[in-house]
Design a protein around this ligand. Structure first.
Ligand code: SF4
Length: 572
């Protein structure tokens, strides 16, 4: 059977499938989501109303035997930013949908009874909406355990926790990992609330005995994947102990924010260093694993407690920073507890950490109060007034506390990587259609001259958009050339690296067009005053002082594609 689109109407509780257009065969993930949203979603709609469109789109190569290629994009109008959003996640649902031949799921409408919960099932027998009231308010781990009692072990799930059900704008969508734990989150932008607004508690995907997707040029595809894997494994494998290993470097570069970004370095860098987590593997077990089948990078850590029992996965650099150092919480073990709670309640760890830091900065909680922070996350699930503010993110918490120092772009909290030492990354935060997002285009080069900021930011945004459309994880660091080769062998067409870069650029164009129609203005492409006025580093001299003209250049026109662009690696 040819590839299909699943269309779900939650107002009328109907599901239909239709053929995936041939013209879209090189579109997947983020680029596909952007195209659908621009065509089918009113940018002026209420993000939590029936007119918003939730798009679940695996990357082009998901479900194939290309290494590390099974990621999924979730898209919609963000209730956090008011603009377009793509949140990318690992886990197995992307590959499982593609093995069944489903290139995307488009969910529209809203049930009349807002108290009802539904599930969406996809398997070899088709797609169905089912009642799911029995899962109401369940935390993500309990929900997945219960789902595995109902569905075959070969299934994977997308679920929302209580935060998504309460329509909180910091809510994530969890994807189950290879072990069936809801650890991989499409976290940014509050898309969990969009899923909640559709009445969907979960999506269950059972590929059954479906095989991997078969490439057109079978022998060459498998040979290339094998050669690529070998070359990767012979290389430096820079993420082999996980992203938490960058803590010391980030701290050295003044991009390990402390106390709501009032400092760029943390006195707790040693206790939050990922090396402490790696040391714990020796006595407690846990270790590194792949969050989705077929990943050769295996950057995801599994963290156990002192008794050797599973606690959480994965404890990333971003989480150690936002829920750790930025809140002056010094122990990685406390951050692991907070990470688990965020995964359980269904919250973005970046947005939530930023919100807690704002609460602390405004005097609402002591700096470093780890137990208070844990209590607060439980309060999110209970729906207390303060809990709802924290679960709604940095801006909502700033408003509740009447606190002006709120480091966000387009309403979304800044990730760990700080735009004051890394100014070109700041240009990405300002211009990305997503708001502040390190996966949109991170540039860890503090010495880059200002005249190169715009071009460097634009190019990495193009490559990352292309990567997030392919299904590859950014940590594999594929280039446009790599993606072109895989697409050529998979489709049997001669796909060029220029086409891949064009897909990335067109994706950004579609997303910017959506945001313009949603009402964003050029002045929204900027960083908050606190980052322009307050510095980090020696004498607090590192400020974000990039002129507006440079920021505007990054999205105004496309820089001439150069050889370097095609060799640029996606980063994350
Ligand atoms: S590289 Fe890491 S985040 Fe990416 S798919 Fe593999 S384990 Fe998951």
């Amino acid at each position: 059977m040819s590839d299909q689109i699943i269309r779900v109407d939650m107002t009328h509780q109907t599901v239909a499938t239709e053929p995936f257009p041939e013209a879209w065969k090189l579109l997947g993930g983020r680029a596909l989501s952007a195209r659908i949203l621009l065509d089918e979603c009113d940018p002026a709609c209420d993000p939590l109303g029936p007119d918003n469109v939730l798009v679940i789109a695996p990357g082009v190569l998901a479900g194939t035997s290309a290494p590390t290629s099974g990621r999924i994009s979730i898209g919609g109008k963000s209730p956090l930013t008011g603009g377009i959003k793509e949140a990318n996640a690992g886990g197995n649902p992307g590959q499982d949908l593609m093995k069944l031949g489903y290139r995307c799921v488009i969910v529209k409408g809203q049930p009349a009874d807002r108290d009802k919960r539904y599930g969406l099932e996809a398997d070899a027998n088709g797609v169905r909406i089912v009642e799911a009231d029995a899962y109401k308010k369940l935390w993500n781990y309990a929900a997945c355990e219960k789902l595995y009692e109902k569905y075959p072990k070969s299934s994977s799930f997308l679920t929302i926790g209580p935060a998504g059900e309460m329509l909180l704008t910091g809510a994530s969508i969890a994807c189950t990992d290879e072990k069936g734990h809801p650890t991989r989150h499409a976290a940014r932008g509050g898309l969990g609330a969009v899923m909640g607004s559709k009445g969907l508690k979960y999506v269950a995907v059972d590929p059954g005995k479906s095989s991997v997707r078969q490439p057109a040029v079978r022998k060459d595809f498998f040979a290339y994947a094998k050669e690529y894997t070998k070359a990767y494994q012979a290389g430096p494998q820079m993420f082999k102990v996980g992203t938490s290993s960058v803590v010391p470097i980030a701290n050295m570069l003044n991009t390990f924010p402390y106390k709501n970004r009032t400092e760029g370095q943390s006195p707790d860098a040693a206790t939050l260093d990922g090396a402490r987590i790696v040391e714990s593997f020796e006595t407690r077990g846990g270790g590194m694993h792949n969050c989705m089948t077929g990943c050769i990078v295996q950057c995801s850590n599994v963290v156990n407690d002192a008794e050797g029992n599973y606690k959480t996965s994965a404890l990333e650099f971003e989480t150690l920073t936002l829920l750790g150092s930025n809140c002056a919480i010094a122990s990685w073990e406390d951050v692991a507890d907070l990470d688990r709670l965020c995964d359980e309640v269904g919250l973005d760890t970046i947005e939530t950490g930023a919100a807690i830091a704002i609460l602390m900065d405004s005097g609402g909680m002591e700096w470093g109060d780890a137990e208070g922070a844990k209590r607060l996350l439980r309060e999110v699930a209970e729906g207390t007034e303060l809990g709802r503010a924290i679960g709604s993110g940095a801006v909502a918490t700033g408003k509740k506390r009447k606190h002006a120092r709120v480091p966000v772009v387009k309403g979304q909290a800044l990730p760990a990587w700080d735009p004051r030492p890394l100014k070109a990354t700041g240009v990405t935060y300002a211009t990305s259609p997503m708001g502040a997002d390190h996966t949109a285009g991170l540039i860890v080069n503090p010495g880059l001259p200002p005249e190169q900021f715009a071009q460097a930011s634009q190019e990495v945004q193009v490559v990352n958009a292309a990567c997030d459309s392919s299904g590859f994880c950014q940590f594999l660091q594929p280039t446009c050339e790599d993606i072109a080769k895989y697409y050529s062998l998979f489709t049997g067409d001669d796909v060029t690296r220029e086409q891949i870069a064009d897909i990335g650029w067109q994706c950004l164009q579609d997303e910017w067009a959506f945001n313009d129609r949603a009402g964003f203005k050029p002045e929204d492409d900027d960083l908050p005053a606190c980052l322009r006025e307050e510095g980090v580093g020696p004498n607090h001299a590192m400020k974000f002082d990039v002129p507006r003209e440079i920021i505007e250049q990054a999205r105004k026109q496309r820089f001439a594609a150069r050889e370097e662009l095609y060799k640029l690696k996606a980063t994350g």
